[in-house]
Ligand binder design. Structure first.
Ligand code: SN0
Length: 316
């Protein structure tokens, strides 16, 4: 594996999930694989799980890790080609990427979308600058349009808990107080379809995802209908793709409840975290046996360790 930025880099998804399940059992077997190698984790946005799980995964493989909060601790980076750098940005990605590539063997980058300029976000301008100027394997830690390590961990979680070969998986929009990226739902949809699940996406009018991510899934605007016989409900808020970055008004109540869950096939409820309690999901669900959120977070280590292992194996 040369890079990990989307499901397209994953190869055969079922095989990758099987490999992850093996890593989970024999997690300490490759403790020397990454010896003498350094992982950079570069954050342009906040992180708890991604930072800690990827760092822990690297330690499990014997790697050294350097974490830099590029948004706070470093020079502000200019990504524009040919920019006249006479304002607040002190260092160009060309120099920064060259430096990081000398010090590190694998580079992880988190660069959320700005949610202002759809072309900039959906062309992955920031991630692509890192890909262009870093000459080491790159891992996305959530970019403009995707969060592949999260989706991989979610697929591992479903594989471990599913009671039938092709479970019904419902990606359900939830309310929020601020505009959030489409990266998590985009990524979840493409991974869930690729893993062979029956995927239904339910959201209010105006919250349609880009079709390149929702293709293969059924769109159902009626939340109750979508929930019928669901085996998993993946709850997530996202802002509008069509009215880019906006939050069109929603009249109905989209908050999932224990009452609504009765429509499902005793569905397990998933969320990538962080979750706003009693805004996106109620306490009664998060604190119940239906919730898989801690299980998902645990599998973030397994997802990261599997990807780091595959990259180390193909570059050693
Ligand atoms: C991010 C998102 O893409 O939705 C990261 C999820 C892994 N979530 C947020 O930014 C939540 C922020 C908030 O204030 O609730």
């Amino acid at each position: 594996m040369k890079q990990f930025t989307s499901v397209a880099d994953a190869g055969n998804v079922s095989e990758l999930i099987s490999e992850a399940l093996t890593v989970k059992i024999n997690g300490q077997e490759n403790a020397d694989l990454g010896k003498g190698k350094t992982l950079a984790l570069l954050f342009l946005n906040p992180s708890l799980r991604t930072r800690m799980s990827t760092q822990k995964a690297a330690y499990n493989l014997g790697m050294n890790v350097i974490v830099v909060n590029l948004d706070k601790d470093s020079w502000q980076i200019e990504f524009e080609e040919g920019a006249v750098m006479n304002s607040t940005k002190s260092e160009h990605i060309k120099e920064a990427a060259g430096v990081v590539s000398q010090y590190c063997d694998i580079i992880g980058v988190r660069c959320f979308p700005g949610l202002v300029d759809r072309n900039k976000d959906y062309n992955e301008e920031i991630l692509n600058s890192f890909l262009k100027y870093c000459n080491k394997p790159l891992i996305s830690l959530e970019s403009g349009t995707r969060h592949p390590l999260q989706s991989f961990a979610d697929m591992i979680t479903i594989a471990e808990t599913k009671k039938k070969e092709e479970p019904k998986v419902v990606l359900a929009w939830a309310p929020h107080v601020k505009a959030l990226p489409q990266a998590v739902p985009n990524s979840f949809a493409e991974w869930a379809v690729a893993s062979g699940a029956e995927v239904v996406i339910t959201h209010p009018e105006g919250y349609e995802l880009d079709e390149q991510f929702s293709k293969g899934a059924t769109i159902e605007y009626n939340q109750n209908k979508a929930l019928a016989d669901a085996d998993y409900v993946y709850v997530k808020n996202w802002s509008s793709f069509t009215n880019y970055g906006e939050m069109p008004e929603v009249k109905e109540n989209w908050l999932l409840t224990m009452e609504k869950l009765k429509l499902t096939n005793a569905a397990k409820v998933m969320h990538c975290l962080p979750v706003r309690r009693n805004v996106e999901l109620p306490d009664e669900i998060l604190d119940s046996a239906s919730s898989l959120v801690q299980h998902q977070a645990g599998n973030r280590v397994i997802a990261a360790q599997t990807i780091l292992k595959k990259i180390l194996e193909s570059n050693s």
